[in-house]
Design a protein around this ligand. Structure first.
Ligand code: 26Y
Length: 827
């Protein structure tokens, strides 16, 4: 159990200044007196990096010396955001650094903002991985992350004057990255294509040869724990040509061919795939997945082999968490190594594999469940395809023994889906190859058990299928992004900040203060200043003036039909016309509202892009209407990022989490808003449900149909469709305004409107009236300011459950079976 009292780096301001100036001279080769802001950031970062490195070294030495069981978190995405501020907070050096940097003549906040986000992820799944790394280090758990070092992260989003999303590359490494250590000595060969020949010697072994060989080189990123010396590692792989270029082609006079081979190797880690929730089956993506899992496993096994233990002990020393199905190839890859290289028998190898891996599912949407075409897999990974067929054979034989003659069941459960082409179902492979499987919120885990993996529960027993409700790190998502609120909480709880930040249930101590008028005033004043900070940010970056004497209503997440940004924008339009139909006297009683959207659409997702276009064009009309603009403003903030979220979330009064029931596995921004005293407007979905359980139903605004009703409603749309004007006249009016051209050429929006008029798969029509009613309840509640602030305080006070420390401790205890491995004070 972690004890109070920070273990921080012991340094004073003059030490920091010396180190800063030293880096200006010897690392940047510049002079302190004509240093620009970027230089100041770089010198500060290099100086903090020195401290991190010392802790990192001690931590890794401790792990090597004590050889604890370790866990590895395999994720194709790590959405880290900025590092400097977080590192300073975790080291306990922030105040001293600020003083030092300002003595040198730089503004501290401006210096922090020079850092580019590390945006190696799409959304929730990638940000969850980043929060979990923070918690593992803070809990002193021996956990490493493994991912890819993409040269380009998630694209930069630009919005054209018509409101179209344009994508530009994100060259995040352009200014050098002080937070990574290139490891030129940590390299592995990775093979693709070629031939797999089974040996006819009765061992089941095969030889895999020929094809393309590329090099994986490691870059290490230090992950400091909060208030501990523990500094874990995130190892990211870069692909490189094995030889500068292919000498044979070169000697044959084929210079272009020689360079092409080298480019093809480098291409593997060049860019993050920007689609979430829709799998396209691209060869390069398959190569990314194998490249990363093969290098990571080779590295994990090399470390295990240093212990000099037989392979059968692997599960006593290693747990590997699969972040969704993206790293599932690790399962056949470990089988390949154990059988072809380590000479183990099939059953022994399978016994090891199924005790090492753990699989987290993050979605039940069918289009997001990965499948790989068998012919592609045979071509790129011929040996793995053989192994998958063998796994399938033994597996289906076992199913047949338990459920004799049930052909439908065999077809449903097979790793191979019949069709043209046949496809490998990665979720099935991840499930049967793992020790345990979990979903990310109670409702979602139940849906996993009763829908997509139901047959597997029947076959393997329910105890393999658990739940770990997601969490967020309160370090970044409260202390760092909302320093004033954090300070008020510390003062009020009369606890060391480090205590409540590591035991977030301590926030309950705020509850009685909801009754204290002076405290409420302080609470509200901080929210107000956070709104002004956001308004300032928008003014500086976009040149827009936002009023801050209004309710701030925020929906920020990937743009997707299931998340229903459409429902929100249709609600805004409805409100706009309601306002226009009022007399000035009626309007003056209305709650002022500023609505914010932000989020990226997958580049090929046309309906999502049309949603952005609609939002931008509605904003153009509404914000320019003199009759209503005092009461309703609308903004689409471009290029959503972790850093933008850190400004938006503390400023929100109400945030929207309005997915069709049963579609949002968990959501994690819902937790971030509530932790910062924003109230939640949402559907009965994902972690919204557990948030309401904690904070009380009277402190959230729920609406819409429940999960069990969804299937029937969809069926009704298809076979007993009622025209929208009959089912929901209010919605029909809104759609008519859009198609009639109220927000620019109505025809443009037809494909989007048709999704609602036709199958309405996400139930906009069914939920519209109750959504509008919920918005009205929000307005009414907000008019009673004191009561609203009470709700806000009570919400924050009851968010303790959603710390990622709680989630990580559940993984450590009930899944990985690992324990803290503290770094001794004087190693
Ligand atoms: C297969 C490929 C196209 C793909 C790539 C990325 C599929 C899915 C994803 C990302 C999924 C994702 O971000 N899921 C989110 O995970 C969060 C953390 O568990 C959840 O809170 C959130 O509800 C879920 O949508």
């Amino acid at each position: 159990v972690w004890k109070a009292g920070m273990r921080t780096v012991d340094k004073d301001v003059s030490d920091i200044t010396k180190s800063f100036v030293n880096h200006v001279h010897t690392s940047l080769a510049r002079q302190p007196y004509n240093l620009d802001g970027l230089g100041a950031y770089q010198a500060a970062a290099l100086s903090v990096r020195d401290d991190l490195l010392i802790n990192w070294n001690h931590t890794q030495n401790t792990y090597t010396r004590t050889a604890p069981k370790r866990a590895y978190y395999l994720s194709l995405e790590f959405l880290m955001g900025r590092t400097l501020d977080n590192a300073l907070l975790n080291l306990g050096l922030k105040d001293k650094f600020k003083e030092s940097v300002e003595l040198l003549g730089f503004n501290f906040e401006d210096t922090l903002e020079k850092e580019r986000d590390a945006a190696l992820g799409n959304g929730g799944l990638g940000r969850l991985a980043a929060c979990y790394l923070d918690s593992c280090a803070s809990q002193e758990l021996p956990v490493w992350g493994y991912g890819l070092r993409y040269e380009y992260g998630i694209f930069q989003q630009l919005i054209s004057s018509e409101g179209d999303q344009l994508e530009a590359p994100d060259p995040w490494l352009a200014n050098q990255n002080p937070w990574e250590l290139p490891r030129i000595d940590v390299v592995y060969d990775v093979r693709f294509y070629g031939h797999a020949e089974r040996l006819e010697d009765g061992t089941g072994r095969a030889l895999w040869h020929g094809g393309q060989e590329v090099l994986a080189m490691a870059y290490d990123v230090m992950i400091p724990g909060y208030g501990t010396q523990s500094t874990n590692n995130l190892r990211l792989w870069e692909s490189k040509p094995k030889r500068g270029f292919d000498l044979n082609s070169f000697n044959a006079g084929n210079y272009e061919g020689a360079v092409a081979a080298s480019n093809s190797a480098q291409a593997i880690t060049s860019v993050l795939y920007p689609n979430d929730h829709t799998s396209f089956g691209k060869e390069l993506r398959l190569k990314q997945q194998y490249f990363w899992t093969a290098a990571s496993l080779a590295d994990i096994l090399r470390r295990f082999k240093n212990l000099d233990k037989p392979m059968r002990y692997l599960p006593d020393y290693v747990a590997i968490q699969l972040n969704d199905t993206h790293p599932t190839l690790a399962i056949p890859e470990l089988m390949r190594i154990l059988i072809d290289e380590e000479d183990l028998r099939w059953d022994d190898a399978w016994g090891i594999v199924t005790n090492v891996f753990f699989y987290t599912n993050h979605t039940v949407l069918p289009e997001a469940l990965e499948k790989w075409a068998v012919p592609l897999m045979e071509f790129v990974l011929p040996r793995h395809m053989q192994i998958i067929y063998d796994i399938n054979l033994f597996f289906l034989q076992a199913v047949e023994r338990k459920f004799p003659g049930d052909r439908d069941r065999l077809a449903r459960m097979s790793l191979i889906e019949e069709g043209f082409p046949k496809q490998v179902r990665m979720a099935h492979l991840a499930c049967i190859g793992s020790r345990k499987v979990n979903g990310v919120a109670e409702l979602h885990s139940e849906l996993v058990r009763t829908t997509i993996l139901k047959d597997f529960v029947d076959f393997e027993g329910i105890s393999k299928f658990g739940n770990v409700t997601n969490g967020i790190t309160p370090r970044r998502w409260l202390d760092q992004c909302n320093p004033e609120l954090s300070a008020l909480i510390t003062k009020t709880l009369k606890l060391d900040k480090a205590v409540w930040l590591k035991d977030l249930t301590k926030l309950e101590g705020l509850l009685p203060f909801a009754e204290n008028k002076a405290f409420r005033a302080e609470w509200a004043a901080i929210k107000q200043r956070n709104k002004e900070r956001l308004a300032h940010y928008v003014q500086v970056t976009l040149g827009l003036i936002i009023r801050t004497d209004a309710m701030f209503d925020v929906q920020i997440k990937r743009i997707h039909e299931y998340k229903r940004q459409t429902l929100n924008i249709l609600g805004v339009i409805h409100r706009y016309y309601a306002l226009k139909n009022m007399t000035p006297a009626q309007r003056s009683k209305i709650n002022r509202r500023v609505v914010f959207f932000a989020g990226k659409a997958a580049p090929a997702y046309h309906i999502a892009k049309l949603t952005i276009r609609l939002i931008v064009n509605v904003a153009r009309v509404i914000n320019a209407d003199p009759e209503t603009k005092e009461f309703l403003q609308l903004y689409f903030l471009p290029d959503y990022s972790v850093s933008l979220a850190e400004v938006l979330i503390p400023a929100s009064d109400i945030s929207q989490h309005i997915s069709t029931a049963g579609t949002e596995a968990s959501g994690t921004s819902n937790m971030k808003f509530c932790l910062n005293g924003g109230l939640l407007l949402g559907t009965v979905d994902g972690a919204n449900i557990e948030i309401a359980e904690e904070v009380g139903e009277d402190n959230v605004f729920f609406f819409g149909h429940l999960t069990p009703a969804v299937e029937d409603l969809r069926y009704k749309h298809l076979y007993h469709g009622i025209p929208i004007d009959q089912q929901c006249p209010a919605l029909a009016d809104v759609l008519k305004k859009i198609s009639g051209g109220a927000f620019g050429d109505g025809g443009v929006y037809e494909p989007l409107l048709n999704t609602i008029r036709q199958s309405d798969y996400y139930l906009i029509t069914d939920d519209f009236d109750s959504y509008i009613a919920a918005l009205e309840m929000v307005d009414e509640a907000y008019l009673d300011k004191e009561e609203w602030i009470k709700k806000s305080i009570r919400t924050t006070a009851k968010m303790g459950k959603f710390s990622s420390d709680r989630a990580i401790n559940e993984y450590a205890e009930s899944y990985w079976n690992i324990e803290p491995c503290p770094v001794p004070a004087e190693p």
